[in-house]
Design a protein around this ligand. Structure first.
Ligand code: 4NP
Length: 158
């Protein structure tokens, strides 16, 4: 099983969006028995909450389920539970590397946009501050599609 964790700051906007989109792609590709997905935030403010109202709206408008998504904080032990830990921006990645410290396993800790060729942006803008959920949605969708392609090729899954 290949285990993927998406991480952002609050776990109510970008990373739950990525989790929902990625799960949708995996389901459409019939890969749920090979790949699992989760999300978490480096901050603790929103633990136990559903995604942000506008994240829920844009997912619903795109026929993607957000059912069951509940915010949690990244834990140091996550480094042992996942094969890919995918940050939304440089700050998230920095915070993850600090939290995991020397205990990093031979796993991939990267940014979502690292999987996109010539990305429009290297960080996913935080719509909690920009207010632009549709711009973020498009970038997250593109990133998730390319990440899934990368995983399928690297692990010879089809
Ligand atoms: P996210 O956005 O990291 O994409 O979930 C944020 C949500 C909440 C906060 C910051 C970012 N906050 O400070 O409460």
């Amino acid at each position: 099983m290949i285990r993927v964790l998406f991480a952002c700051l609050g776990n109510i906007c970008r990373s739950p969006m990525a989790e929902a989109i990625f799960l949708d792609l995996i389901k459409k590709d019939r890969l749920t028995e090979y790949i699992t997905v989760d999300s978490a935030g480096t901050g603790s403010w929103h633990m136990g909450e559903e995604p942000h109202q506008e994240t829920k709206e844009i997912l619903t408008n795109n026929n993607i389920s957000w059912k069951g998504l509940v915010a949690r904080q990244v834990d140091a032990s996550d480094v042992n539970q996942f094969d890919y830990i995918i940050a939304m921006d440089d700050q998230n990645k920095h915070d993850l590397l600090q939290l995991f410290g020397a205990s990093q396993q031979p796993i991939i800790i990267a940014k979502l946009m690292d999987f996109v060729n010539q990305p429009e942006k290297s960080n996913i803008p935080d719509p909690y501050y920009t207010g632009n959920f549709s711009d973020t949605y498009q970038l997250v969708l593109e990133g998730c599609q390319q990440l899934l392609q990368f995983i399928k090729e690297k692990h010879s899954i089809s």
